[in-house]
Structure formats: C-alpha cells, structure tokens
Design a binder for this molecule. Structure first.
Ligand SMILES: Cc1cc2nc3c(=O)[nH]c(=O)nc-3n(C[C@H](O)[C@H](O)[C@H](O)COP(=O)(O)OP(=O)(O)OC[C@H]3O[C@@H](n4cnc5c(N)ncnc54)[C@H](O)[C@@H]3O)c2cc1C
Length: 380
C-alpha cells in the first residue's frame, strides 16, 4: 500500500498540471493516480486549427500513458460516481479511496440542449468533427457562414471569434467576402474586456466584414435557419459551439451545490469537503465585477499547480499557503500569422484585463505556450 494516495480525476490541462507538480513534491512512496476515459491529451487550441488543417490534431496529440514514465499511475476508465465526503470515486464500477482528491473533469459539450443542433450544425468544439468542418468550408461557395455560440459559459471565449477571422481569411483568398457572422447570447463579444475593450474589438470585426449578432440566444436549428424565439436567421453553413455543462458524475456528486458548476474558494480551489479540490473548466470562480473567470487552459494549469502545492503541504504536515493569483492570458489568432492576447489580472478588483495588439510575437507565444507544456509534461 502506498503511504498516501492522491486521485486526480481528468487528464486534461488541469489534471496533468496537478499530477506533474505533485510528483515533484511528494515522496516516491506516495501514489498519484490520474484517471481519464481518453488515452491521449490534446490542447483545446488545436480544435480551431483542426477546422483548417488536416494535420493539426495528430501533431499536438500525446499519449497519457507516457506520464507513467514520470511516476504517475495512469488509469483509463470512466468515472461513474464521486463521493466527496468519503474522498472516494467509482471508476467502471471499481471503488478508489484516497487522501486527497482533485476534480479536473472539465466542461462537457451538451449539443442536445438545443433542438436540431446535432443534426444541422457542425460542432467545432468536438475534435471528431474537424474533418467535416474543413470539408464543408472548402465546399462553401458563398452565402452566409454562421458561427453560433449556443450557450454560455463555454471554454475559451475568444475561440469562436478567432475561428471567424481565420475562416474569413481563407475565404478572401477564394474571393468570398463578407460571408462570416458570429452570434452570441451575450450583449458583448468578450465581456471580460468591458464595454470599451469590446467596442474596439467589435469594430475590428466589422472592419473585416465579419458580422456580430449580440443578445441572440438560439432556441432551435431548422433546415437552413437558426431560430431565436420569434425570429429566424438563415445560414448556408452553420458551425456551432454547443452549450456546456459539468460531467454527469460531477452533477450527481453534490459538489455543485445545486448550481451549474462546482463552487470553490477562488484562491485555494477548495470545495466544501476537506481534501477535495476542483480546478479548471468544471468550476465557476466569481470575479469582482460579477462575471465568472473565463474557462481557459492557462487557468486550469495554474490552479493545478496551486492544489498540488496545497496537497503536498498538507500531506507533509504543514499549513498550505499556495494560492491562485488569477493572472493569465488567452490567445486570439487574427490571421496572417498574428495573434492578440486577452491578458491581465482576472481576480483583481476590478479585473484588470485588456486585449493586446495583434502581432507575430503573440502568435509565436501561442505556439510556445503549447510546445513548452507538451515538452514539460511528455518530454521532447
Ligand atoms: C478552440 C479552443 C481554443 C482554446 N484556446 C485556448 C488558449 O489559447 N488558451 C487557453 O488557456 N485555453 C484555451 N482553450 C481552453 C482550454 O482547452 C480549456 O479551458 C482546458 O482544456 C480546461 O482544462 P480542464 O483540465 O479543466 O479540462 P479538460 O482539459 O477538458 O480535461 C477534462 C478531462 O476529463 C476527462 N473526463 C471528463 N469526464 C470524465 C469521466 N466521467 N470519466 C473519465 N474522464 C472524464 C476528459 O476526457 C478530459 O480529458 C481553448 C479551447 C478551445 C475549445
């Protein structure tokens, strides 16, 4: 039997960061178990690339099993139930007990919440639909190409706008202009930037000929049209971000306290249960301006390292002191090999977040963001 066991639920951004950081801090006799139903890790940012480039997924994919070389026990399985008060979980019917539990199960797509979405939209957050999206864009001969945000919150708020700019760039080359539009249920494109920041970003979209429909909550998708209550908007090609929710096992665990996302202390990532932490997209962290922390891998990563430090301190008999600072950035590719960054102090009062200029350096930073993490976690 190991001296201590830490269970990490989810081998995504946050779970891997937590597992790697814990392995560096804990005694070799302590066991770190990372459980995921998937066998590979791939960064979310590859999903937009996959819509445009057939090789994008395989280039960024890494086997989770490789983490075993670092002394992390990797278990492939589906987490059916979480019992926070007992610090136990059930994986494919088998019970696992532990000294500390990290819930890093992410946000799950929920395409069936909108009638007709599954049948008529291509889900751009579903890695398996990259080929379908790419083929449809290549065949698009003009008309209206709509990118719809069907529910909030969703991971990486800039991503649908990024995709709009990247697709628009491709269509320009083929002589198709002014075809792309994005709709959102929100009044602003990227609410964390505030009214002024969104104003300049939305002007930029407008300048590129990309339409933005605000306050548009889709209620259904029909053949050739998205339904918004009493009105309809026709489309020739519909790419969508489906609504998201917590995975079923999380919803049933009581950790959401009846709300849609897991409630945690924003600084310590502690849930109400001792020794049980939640990080990343599965959580909702309130900000000083009343908004929620955007769902981003950079935050899941930072939170993973914080919980690793806290768990290691507790196991070592010390008072945990590590806290989540809330600083971070999300990339927004703008085409032409350039990117901007949504960056700042998200937990400041009020949040101090801005959109940087678009530059080749920020695009290079996006590529390094992925490369450095993949190398640190999986080796060269
Ligand atoms: C197009 C796009 C672009 C993005 N760009 C950026 C970017 O530039 N910067 C950035 O910081 N973030 C970006 N993101 C967001 C980022 O991918 C997510 O915020 C991040 O993956 C969240 O990490 P996580 O660990 O919380 O969850 P995830 O990485 O989603 O991991 C959750 C894991 O839990 C597993 N799981 C779930 N339920 C179960 C179960 N019942 N049993 C077993 N396993 C289960 C899943 O298989 C998954 O591996 C982007 C996302 C998208 C879609």
């Amino acid at each position: 039997m190991p001296t201590h066991r830490v269970l990490i639920l989810g081998g995504g951004f946050g779970g891997i960061a937590a597992a790697v950081a814990l392995r560096e801090r804990l005694d070799p006799t302590d066991e770190i178990v990372l459980i995921d139903r998937r066998t590979t890790f791939i960064m979310g940012l590859r999903k937009n690339w996959a819509v445009l480039d057939a090789r994008a997924l395989s280039e960024g994919e890494r086997p989770l099993a490789r983490l075993a070389e670092r002394g992390i026990r990797v278990v492939r399985g589906t987490i059916d139930a979480i019992h926070p008060a007992e610090r136990a979980v059930e994986v494919d019917g088998e019970r696992w007990d532990c000294d500390a539990l990290v819930v890093a199960l992410g946000a799950e797509r929920d395409p069936d919440r909108v009638e007709g979405f599954r049948q008529r939209a291509i889900d751009i957050y579903d890695v398996t639909q990259g080929d379908r999206a790419r083929t449809a864009i290549e065949a698009f001969a003009g008309g209206r190409l709509v990118i719809g945000i069907f529910g909030v919150p969703y991971p990486c708020p800039p991503a649908p706008f990024e995709l709009a700019m990247l697709i628009d760039e491709r269509l320009h080359v083929r002589g198709i202009r002014g075809a792309v539009e994005v709709f959102s249920p929100l009044p602003l494109s990227l609410p964390i930037l505030g009214q002024a920041g969104c104003g300049s970003f939305e002007s930029r979209l407008e300048g590129a000929g990309i339409g933005f429909l605000r306050n548009h909550q889709a209620t259904a998708v029909e053949d050739g049209a998205v339904v918004f209550g009493e009105t309809r908007r026709p489309f020739d090609l519909l790419l969508g971000v489906s609504p998201h929710r917590v995975p079923t096992a999380v919803a049933a665990s009581g950790l959401t306290g009846g709300g849609p996302w897991v409630k945690v202390n924003p600084r310590t990532l502690e849930t109400g249960q001792q020794g049980v932490y939640a990080i990343g997209d599965v959580t909702a962290l309130p900000l000083a301006n009343g908004q929620m922390l955007p769902k981003a891998g950079a935050f899941a990563h930072a939170q993973g390292e914080v919980v690793a430090a806290r768990i290691a301190a507790t196991i070592g008999g010390a008072q945990p002191t590590a806290t989540f600072a809330g600083d971070g950035a999300c990339f927004l590719e703008t085409g032409g090999g350039m990117a901007a960054m949504v960056t700042g102090g998200f937990l400041a009062d009020p949040p101090a977040v801005r959109l940087t200029d678009s530059s080749p350096e920020h695009f290079a930073a996006k590529q390094s963001f992925e490369r450095e993490r993949l190398e640190a976690w999986f080796g060269a």
